[in-house]
Design a protein around this ligand. Structure first.
Ligand SMILES: [Zn+2]
Length: 265
């Protein structure tokens, strides 16, 4: 196995570990009762996750690996030219990539073309750990292309990128999960990071609430970008998109076709 494949295995292990951990936590201490069948949602959400992983592996894994090798060999990119210790580069990778992810997430909401794809993620009628990887393959394809461009612009190390991506997966699993988190912990977490209550507002059917709280790891970018929203009654938040209220219409195939159907706000 190459070091790249080792890192890929670590990422897979963390993803599966997080999935099981948060599932057990959700079932043991749920935030609120479910309104649609969990098993039905999980069949579709995990189906999408598995399909996406397969397509991304087949189409982009080698390209991303080759890009990383190329920029490292040729010292290309902003981070590669910094003469700082490795840990500084890891921290810089985390901050820079998370900031770009914040901007990219905003683009996905604010530009109607990209919203066509991103709405698939938001149609989930309940939020839990399986929502974290429920994305349309079209959106993930755009993200993969963006990632390759960023590899050339920033020149992260393979390890830096894997640390960032593993952190993203675990943070996304946590803030999508329906776990009852102690209020004091959420309050502290809000200061720097994104707790479930912050991301729950982002999944509200109310468009004004939905177009806030775009952050994945740090809450800083929403504060800076004036998209930070905290004062919402959490009990009253309804999850989903108003135009898609029926779980029976949100199947794997319907979600796959969704970007190519009528535009919906
Ligand atoms: Zn979103």
């Amino acid at each position: 196995m190459t070091p790249f494949h080792d890192k890929e295995s670590v990422r897979l292990f963390l993803f599966l570990g997080g999935l099981v951990f948060f599932l057990v936590a959700e079932l043991s201490i749920p935030y609120r009762p479910i309104t649609v069948s969990k098993s039905r949602r999980w069949v579709h959400n995990l189906g999408i996750t598995f399909f996406n992983s397969l397509v991304l592996k087949l189409c982009f894994a080698s390209l991303i690996f080759a890009s990383l090798e190329y920029v490292q060999k040729n010292n290309i990119g902003l981070l590669a030219t910094l003469s700082s210790p490795r840990w500084v580069k890891f921290v810089a990778t985390l901050f820079v990539f998370d900031f770009i992810l914040y901007l990219w997430h905003r683009v996905n909401h604010e530009m109607p073309f990209f919203w066509r794809f991103h709405r698939v993620h938001h149609t989930d009628l309940n939020m839990d750990v399986s929502t974290a990887t429920r994305f349309h393959i079209g959106e993930l394809t755009f993200s993969a292309i963006l990632k390759i461009v960023l590899i050339f612009l920033l020149g992260p190390t393979g390890l830096g990128l894997v640390i960032f991506e593993s952190t993203i997966v675990l943070c996304a699993q946590f803030h999508h999960s329906s776990v009852k988190v102690p209020a004091w912990f959420e309050k502290l977490f809000w200061i720097l990071f994104v707790p479930p209550s912050m991301h729950r507002i982002h999944h509200s059917v109310i468009i004004k609430q939905r177009n806030t709280n775009y952050g994945t790891i740090f809450s800083l970018w929403d504060r800076m970008g004036k998209t930070f929203l905290r004062d919402v009654d959490q009990e009253k938040i309804r999850i989903g998109i108003g135009a898609y209220p029926h779980a029976s219409a949100l199947t794997f195939f319907a979600l796959f076709r969704m970007p190519f159907t009528k535009a919906v706000k």
